[in-house]
Design a protein around this ligand. Sequence first.
Ligand code: FRU
Length: 409
Amino acid sequence: MAAVETGSTDQWTRSEAEQIELTDATTAPVISDNPNSISDQYWIWDTWPLRTRDGSIVKIDGWQIVFSLTAPNDLVPGARHNAATIRYFYSRNGKNWKEGGEVFDAPLGHHQWAGSAMYDQTEEQIYHFYTAVSPEPEFRQRPAVGIGASIETGPKGVELTGDQEHAIMGTPDGEMYQTLEQSREQGIVYAFRDPWYFKHPETGEDLVVFEANTPTGSKDPSDPKSFNGNIGVMRATNDELTEWELLPPVMEAIGTNQQLERPHFVFNEGKWYLFTISHKFTFAPGLSGPDALYGFVGDSLYGDYEPLNDSGLVIANPEEAPFQAYSWLAMPQGDNILVESFENFRGLDDTSRGSISLDEVGYLPPEEQKELFGGTLAPSLKVQLNGTETKIVAELNDGHFLPSVGQSG
Ligand code: FRU
């Protein structure tokens, strides 16, 4: 089959982002209950399901498996990033999760960030895509792959076994993708992370999308051009998926937003829905948008993407609880998507303290920070896709991950 043709990089423009508006269709309900944590010992945040090569959520001998970034819950929430370890959880019904354990014996990096996981059913092995990160304060990020785990199931649970080989997938080239050194001149947060695997639905190629930044030459953190988030692409150049080449980004938000985190695709009726998460504090000067799931739709990988709902906004935290959830991940569910996320901070707008924002939480007393942090799966949301428009239609009780429709159990 013909290889993918690279094309021009689309922009999420300032004028599109200026149209961001919280509506009934795009505002999540306030999380009312305190969901039970899926772990007694660990904070849980970014989470992703085990999927097959074609992207379906796997159910193996009746079990589903998800992977989460985790860290001991005696740490203050902000310290978790420097201690992140990927653990797995398994479930029969996709909502009550039991803790498995760590997924790696000897991963790359001081700690590991997000993340996707693909199970090849013929080879009966897992390909774990993750970010190998150096210690704080550097946080140098290198997308990596860990290959070789197999899955053992029994009536009581699931075990991941077997030796794994790890390889770095790529490093920034300084032209399409900003290096850590280039970003230091700008002084804003930096990304080269979050590899999300997918098989190209037409060419069958093995690809990942990831979060990065475009070098713009700007050296002034107050210049909108310093806000340079992009969504990058890599293509595997061998069948073992240990070697990868950088392709141009599919999307940039130059002058619009600094971080397009955890990018991922959902394919629906021949359309490419590209989703990403972003924070209020990473919008460029002069723009404002909530902590939210944003999305775009196009006809091909390097297509002309249209922002969903005109602005890109798909799921915003409500104004009453602007940081209640984060790290939304959309999964295909028939003509809808099912979107999972984690419980982030609640009560930051408590007036007795004065309202504070996400980047100020670290100044609160440690016990208060832990009290306000959810650190577990948030209720999943069902969202209808209708061409370039979307609508939140239901909130499920727990952190649901449903097997893909049409997938046998
Ligand atoms: C999103 C995120 C990811 C990163 C991880 C680090 O919540 O920033 O982009 O992999 O968290 O903890």
